[in-house]
Design a binder for this molecule. Structure first.
Ligand code: HEC
Length: 141
């Protein structure tokens, strides 16, 4: 009886593990090494107060795809510390639009970005401040 119960517990546990969304996204065939950053990001010596708030929001809402320090995640989303996203190519409003309406895949082959809920325009402008500080620390002006 005990052996049977254990077998069921392990079976259910394994099933939950394999089908949890987080785990599954890492098992997508195109995911490759899903936890691998795509860009090498140098960190600024210090973040501004706005940058720090932006970092907190970014870590909560964006880093699951765009990676820690916006360095990208293999198979999930591009680095935002990248020349493509310099202010002249992707102004602050393109960040607002990406969050509010999502992004149709066009620069990369990661797929579409869904809209991100629960952020005000003010929150997003803090995230942009954070990303710009990271970009400047990596020579992206
Ligand atoms: C579910 C994964 C996912 C999440 C979460 C996510 N993104 Fe994205 N994002 C993507 C992908 C994939 C792309 C690349 C689309 C492409 O091919 O150009 C992208 C592109 C972008 C772009 C470029 C937009 C453009 O006009 O080209 C910006 C800016 C951006 N994301 C900001 C954010 C911010 C800020 C957050 C958090 C609030 C966030 N993303 C959360 C997946 C994600």
């Amino acid at each position: 009886m005990i052996v049977l119960a254990l077998t069921i517990a392990v079976g259910v546990g394994g099933y939950v593990y394999v089908t949890s969304p987080d785990h599954q996204s890492e098992r997508r065939p195109e995911a490759g090494q899903a936890n691998t950053a795509l860009a090498e990001v140098s960190l600024p010596e210090a973040l501004s107060a706005r940058g720090k708030l932006g970092q907190r929001a970014f870590d909560a809402k964006c880093a699951s795809c765009h990676g820690r320090n916006a360095a990208g995640r293999d198979g999930l989303a591009p680095p935002l510390v990248h020349n493509i996203y310099e202010p002249g190519h992707h102004g602050d409003e393109s960040f607002q639009r990406a969050v509010a309406m999502g992004v149709r895949a066009h620069h990369w082959t990661f797929g579409n970005m869904p809209p991100v809920e629960g952020l005000s325009r003010g929150d997003v402008s803090l995230i942009v401040a954070y990303i710009r500080e990271l970009q400047r620390a990596n020579g992206i002006q």
